[in-house]
Every structure is written in C-alpha cells, then in structure tokens.
Ligand binder design. Structure first.
Ligand SMILES: Cc1cc2nc3c(=O)[nH]c(=O)nc-3n(C[C@H](O)[C@H](O)[C@H](O)COP(=O)(O)O)c2cc1C
Length: 369
C-alpha cells in the first residue's frame, strides 16, 4: 500500500509517504526563499516522497519562532515562494505550505524586543518567558493573517496549505486548557477554546475557496503532567473540523514543555516506532477524512503495517528525510530501515547554520572547538 498512488482531495500523490513539515533554517534573514532551499526541495521531490509539507511559514511577524523561516506574511514573498512548487512540480512531486504562528513559543530574539502573544499570560519554562495576553483586536488580525497566508500559498502555486495546529504554537495554545485560561468567548470551555481555530479555518476557506486542499497538524495530546489537550478532546476538535470541511488531519503531540515531545529520541526497536499510532487509530475509527500519522516511523515494514492495519491513510516522516531525502526511493528498492538515529542533533537550530544531519559527537566537538 505504501507505494500505491493516493488521491488527497483531488490531488494525486504518487505514494502514501509524506514529508512532515520540517523547518530548515533555509530562508534568508528576511524570510525569502533561497537557491539552497529550492535545491533541497528538488532533492526531496527526486527522492520520491508523495507529498512534501514545507517547514512552518509564519503568517505574521509576531509569529516568527526561529531564525530564517520562510515567511508568508506579505505579498512580497509570493514570487520567491512560487519557486518551491515550480521546482517540485517539474519533478512530478506535490507540495503544501505549512502556515504557522509561534505565539508564546517564539524565541525572544525573533520579536525585535516585543513580548510574545498568547491566549493567556502563562509562563513558558523552556524559553523562560511570559507572553502577554493577546487582545480581541489582535486575535482577529492573526485570524485574517492566516487567511492571507493561505491566499499567498495558492497564488504561489502550492497544492494546498497545512495549518500548524500542533506542538504548542498559537493555534495549539488556544486549544489547550493549559495555555488558554481565558474566560471570554475565546476560552473557558472546550467550545470556546475551539473558536480561534474555527475562525482561522473559515478565514482560510474564504481566501482559497472550497476546492483547495486545506488540512491540519494537531496534537492528539499535549503530554503535560496536568491539564492540556487529551485524545478525547482532540478527537472532538478533529470532528468539528471535519464537519466544517477540512480535508485531512495529521496527528502529532507535545509542546516545548511536555514530558513527551513531538520528535522523540531512542527509537531503537520497531515497538518504539510510530509513537502516536494509538491516537491516530482513534481518529481513524471516528473520522471519514484521511488521517496522517507522524512520529518515529523508521522501518518500511512498520510504515506498511500502519496502513494495512488501518492506523492511518498516509505515513509522514521528518528526521529520516533530513538524513536521507531519497529514503522513499530506497524503501521502494527494498531498503528496510531509515538510517536516522533520532539523536535530534538536527534540532540544535542555534548551533547549526542550516538544519542537517550531524552526528551528535561532531556537534559536541564543534561546540567545544
Ligand atoms: C529539524 C526539525 C524541524 C521541524 N520543523 C517542524 C515544523 O516546521 N512544523 C511542524 O509541524 N513540525 C516540525 N517538526 C516536527 C516533525 O514534523 C515531526 O512531527 C517530528 O520530527 C516527528 O517525526 P519524525 O520522527 O519522523 O522526525 C520538525 C522536526 C525537526 C526534527
């Protein structure tokens, strides 16, 4: 099944493998697409993956969370952005733009001295910052910005957009009872915590129309010791989105401060792989839209099993494709397992000039030198 074509909305993917959204630190300092980034996307497309999701592209300057993200918050970026779908389509691939806002998980140096915004002023322990509560007026500005970013994605030629609703960024912050402590119409109970995402989704649809591929990555669970999104509520979020007309959902989990993060280490055995499979299965049982499974998938056989046993419709990979952008082709040629060691050295964004696979030991040596 893994290598069979799959029709998502009305887009035919050459197989069921997805490159999960992966920030590359590959744009220039102002957020413009660079030749280096175009070359990386060509390499991914040549590597045979069915659908590429870009790294998160901020919809507003207040939502830039790490350096050199590809920006989507101004029309001046459309021309540069269009080079990515052009390159991928020329090779027969498919590509969606992930649109995002960092909220309280923006590195402070990204915000030109401004305090980060979030549903509520809840301290973020990893960055050691406390955001300020976003105002009603700013909420509508960010909702509009999501719609405008989607319009730019469509104008640039992307096959679709993915809302970054996972990992503790702004959309995820609104959904989570841990980060959303509001008592107005944007928080307080499940219905009101969903309102921001509902308005974001509607703004996107208004901007791109009903025919365009719009999907989302969300947390099945925030994996916090106390409070936060849990699978039952997350499923209800997905069901509401399905009723509104969303095209697919990618299931992930965790945020900066979680005990269990989105990109886990020590995936040594097959049993450690596909660590969000149980939530994905729950989603599959209750939804009609396609479910995309991400998180720790390393073996061809596990990927196949996830599809055959009905855990998911599509398999999504991030770190393995940083190390081997041509892994899909290698799987097709019979390779059993990705070489990625899940050491997460590729996530040392501050120390690396660009996101790449660096053996952990080398990174330590480089830092000591
Ligand atoms: C370097 C790096 C950058 C990432 N950037 C994003 C991102 O921009 N958006 C997103 O939704 N997830 C991002 N992720 C998370 C991955 O998409 C994925 O959910 C996670 O790594 C688990 O999948 P894997 O085991 O296949 O790596 C990133 C992960 C890594 C390692």
């Amino acid at each position: 099944m893994l290598f069979e074509p799959y029709v998502l909305k009305d887009i035919t993917l050459s197989n069921r493998m997805v490159r999960s959204a992966t920030y590359e630190k590959g744009a220039d300092a102002d957020g413009f697409v660079t030749p280096k980034l175009i070359a990386l996307y060509e390499e991914l497309a040549r590597g045979g993956v069915g659908l590429i999701v870009t790294g998160g592209a901020p919809v507003a300057p207040s939502g830039i969370f790490v350096p050199q993200m590809v920006a989507a918050y101004d029309d001046k970026y459309i021309a540069g952005l269009s080079a990515l779908p052009a390159a991928v389509h020329a090779i027969g691939g498919r590509i969606a733009l992930q649109i995002a806002h960092g909220g309280r998980q923006c590195y402070p140096e990204m915000l030109n001295g401004q305090q980060s915004i979030a549903p509520s002023a809840v301290h973020e322990p990893v960055l050691n910052i406390t955001p300020r509560e976003i105002t009603e007026e700013e909420i509508w500005t960010v909702i509009h910005a999501f719609g405008q970013a989607a319009r730019r994605a469509k104008a640039a030629g992307f096959d679709g957009v993915q809302i970054h609703g996972a990992h503790g960024y702004l959309v995820s912050q609104f959904l989570s009872s841990h980060t959303n402590r509001r008592s107005d119409s944007w928080g307080g109970d499940e219905d009101r915590r969903f309102r921001f995402l509902e308005e974001v989704y509607k703004a996107i649809r208004r901007a791109v129309g009903g025919d365009y591929l719009v999907f989302i990555k969300i947390n099945g669970s925030d994996h916090l010791c106390c409070g936060g999104l849990r699978p039952d509520e997350s499923l209800r979020v997905a069901q509401r989105l399905e009723a509104l007309g969303i095209d697919a959902v990618e299931v992930s989990g965790g945020m900066y401060e979680s005990t269990l993060r989105p990109a886990r280490t020590k995936i040594l055995h097959k049993e450690d792989e596909a660590y969000f499979k149980d939530t994905a299965a729950l989603f599959k049982m209750s939804l009609s839209i396609p479910v995309i499974l991400v998180g720790g998938i390393r073996s061809r056989i596990v990927a196949e099993e996830m599809l055959e046993r009905g855990y998911a419709d599509l398999i999504s990979l991030s770190r393995p494709l940083i190390r081997e952008p041509d892994l899909p082709r290698k799987f097709m040629a019979g390779k059993d397992r990705a070489e990625c060691e899940s050491c997460n050295a590729c996530m040392n964004f501050r120390r690396l000039d660009t996101v790449k696979c660096v053996p952990l030991q080398k990174l330590k040596e480089r830092t000591l030198a």
